[in-house]
Write a protein that binds this ligand. Structure first.
Ligand code: C2E
Ligand code: CA
Ligand code: CA
Ligand code: CA
Length: 278
């Protein structure tokens, strides 16, 4: 029994070492990728549900790995988050998205009424320099702060509500707008979120995908109504079907984002769309 124990210990250690090496490999690969400019952004349109006009875009990061195709953020954001690389990567994303937005505003006047949404991760929100970094990037790119929306997930806000509230207030003071991302996946209540200086609620895809079920329909309807009563506007995530869009429109949900309207697309494709009057 003693020998067995030792063996198990050895196996466990080897596995831990392998995991550590894999993580280190991915970490150094991510670091190099940032230096080499292998990241790029796609943009997913966010539409006003009442008339399907463009309300803005969400910037979503991708990693073009030489010889390996394009990696999804689901595969590398968690590692970037664990290793702290999300901080420089997140700042790169923010700057690239702001720069793109300024360019679109210049080339397509209709974009002046739209917003650019950028995701902020947990690690980023805890950075003491976050607010100065955002301010610096806004100044460097010349983007009107009001055109920028920062998305923070419900769970990140709830992890450390006291720090979050201070940081979010300072971000708001810059003039940027704030969205709660993936709402409904955590445990917060809307009345609690009222304490946070937020503008928009993004209802998570899991609710939207099951909206045809009667119970979920009631929940989404109640969330939209309560959000409105708190002065928030609502974006439904992951709208894939006309039937979902119809229910959301009935609830007076302001905006939708999802494959029904558009997948995340390359900058050039957005420009073609704007060029043809979209
Ligand atoms: P998210 O912030 O919830 O972004 C929306 C995700 O839902 C995107 O996946 C988008 O492609 C996907 N999506 C949009 N509409 C639909 C739909 O109708 N059906 C389905 N099935 N999916 C839809 P993506 O681009 O793979 O990003 C996944 C997650 O990675 C994001 O979820 C976000 O949490 C994270 N992420 C992406 N870019 C960044 C970034 O720049 N910074 C940080 N911190 N996280 C990012
Ligand atoms: Ca998001
Ligand atoms: Ca989301
Ligand atoms: Ca989500």
């Amino acid at each position: 029994a003693k020998g067995e124990g030792r063996n198990r210990f050895k196996v466990f250690n080897t596995r831990m070492l392998e995991d550590a090496i894999r993580l280190m490999d991915l970490e150094s690969a991510l670091r190099l990728a940032l230096d080499r400019g292998e990241f790029f952004l796609d943009y997913q349109p966010i539409l006003s549900l009442s008339d399907r006009s463009l309300q803005g875009f969400e910037a979503l990061v991708r990693w073009r790995r030489p010889g390996k195709g394009v990696a999804s953020p689901k595969d590398f954001i968690p590692v970037a988050e664990d290793t702290g690389l999300i901080v420089p990567l997140g700042l790169w994303v923010l700057e690239e998205a702001c720069r793109t937005m300024v360019r679109w505003q210049t080339d397509f006047p209709q974009v002046l009424a739209m917003s650019m949404s950028v995701n902020l991760s947990a690690k980023q929100l805890t950075q003491p320099t976050l607010v100065e970094d955002v301010e610096r990037i806004l100044r460097a790119t010349g983007l009107d702060p009001h055109a920028l929306k920062l998305e923070i997930t419900e769970t990140v806000i709830m992890d450390n509500p006291e720090v979050s509230i201070l940081r979010l207030k300072r971000l708001k003071a810059l003039g940027v707008r704030l969205s709660v991302d993936d709402f409904g996946t955590g445990y917060s209540s809307l009345s609690y979120l009222q304490r946070f200086p937020i503008d928009t609620l993004k209802v998570d895809r899991t609710f939207v995908s099951e909206i045809e079920a009667n119970e979920n329909r009631k929940i989404v309807g109640a969330v939209v109504a309560l959000a409105h009563s708190l002065g928030l506007d609502v974006v439904a995530e992951g709208v894939e079907l006309e039937a979902q869009s119809a229910v959301l429109t009935d609830f007076a949900c302001e905006a939708g984002q999802g494959f029904l309207f558009s997948r995340p697309i390359a900058r050039e494709d957005v420009e073609r769309m704007l060029d043809s009057g979209g």
